[in-house]
Write a protein that binds this ligand. Structure first.
Ligand SMILES: [Zn+2]
Length: 100
């Protein structure tokens, strides 16, 4: 089969699936997770098990862009029960790009 045809079919499918996931996560928030970067910034990101287009996964941490400090850094999921209401509100007010 022609490689151009394979790419012409598969790339749009990946893009559409990513957009559908992004829209779905926006609708119900099921994949929204609060994370903290190495500089201590809190923000919300979309984490989907086995799916990551905007970051490099390194076990429990991910290398991705921090929208608070506007830098590339390692981020780690935060246990929401350890945060204050103000910290949660601040983290929820900042979301990175809505691509998993
Ligand atoms: Zn940061």
């Amino acid at each position: 089969m022609d490689i151009g045809l394979i790419l012409g079919v598969s790339v749009p499918i990946v893009v559409v699936v990513a957009l559908l996931i992004a829209l779905r996560s926006r609708a119900d928030g099921s994949f929204e997770r609060i994370v903290r970067c190495r500089s201590g910034h809190l923000f919300t990101t979309t984490l989907i098990p086995g799916s990551s287009l905007k970051s490099v996964r390194l076990g429990n941490v991910r290398y991705q862009r921090c929208p608070v400090g506007r830098h590339w850094t390692l981020v780690r999921r935060v246990d929401v029960s350890t945060l204050t209401a103000d910290e949660i509100a601040a983290a929820r007010s900042v979301h990175d790009v809505r691509i998993p």
